[in-house]
Design a protein around this ligand. Structure first.
Ligand SMILES: [Zn+2]
Length: 162
């Protein structure tokens, strides 16, 4: 066979990696650029209490305070975090609704090649003893109570590491 085929079974690790890059960005053929993937925690401060309709999930009261939102970006961590920071965007995820009112004050990144969002979510819940004002928030596709956590008052955001 002439040239490299990207169909059929991958023959070696290099080819698997090349396929992954191609899947992430077809324009990257031949270039070496690793796309970082993994889970993350957005630490979001809400200055004042807000009564908010969160898409189809429902309407909830969010008290003023510091929230932790756990997500994952298996197609690229940097692009996802950049999207979270952007003000102008179509509302898609539950967190998009909250971010119209809150400010991202810290981001914790956990790089991995497999999806570890829910394990990280459990560590946040147990490690920080959090409350969940909006059950189902960010957890439509898993069995977690919520991927949005309200941190106990006085939790220092610089010390946050679940
Ligand atoms: Zn989950």
């Amino acid at each position: 066979m002439r040239g490299r085929s990207y169909e059929g079974r991958p023959r070696n690790v290099d080819e698997i990696d090349a396929r992954r890059r191609l899947a992430n960005d077809p324009g990257l053929m031949g270039h070496k650029r690793a796309i970082r993937t993994g889970a993350y925690v957005l630490v979001v401060r809400l200055e004042r209490c807000v009564n908010l309709q969160v898409g189809k999930l429902g309407r909830f009261m969010f008290a003023a305070g510091v929230y932790a939102y756990v997500g994952s970006a298996m197609n690229g961590l940097d692009a996802r975090l950049a999207r979270h920071r952007r003000r102008e965007k179509k509302l898609h995820w539950h967190i998009d609704y909250l971010l119209r009112h809150g400010t991202i004050v810290n981001v914790l990144e956990f790089e991995s090649s497999d999806r570890q969002e829910c394990q990280l979510n459990a560590r946040v819940r147990e490690g920080w003893n959090t409350e969940h004002p909006a059950p189902g928030f960010g957890s439509s596709d898993c069995r977690c109570t919520s991927h949005l956590h309200l941190l106990p008052p006085g939790t220092g955001t610089s010390a946050l590491r679940p």
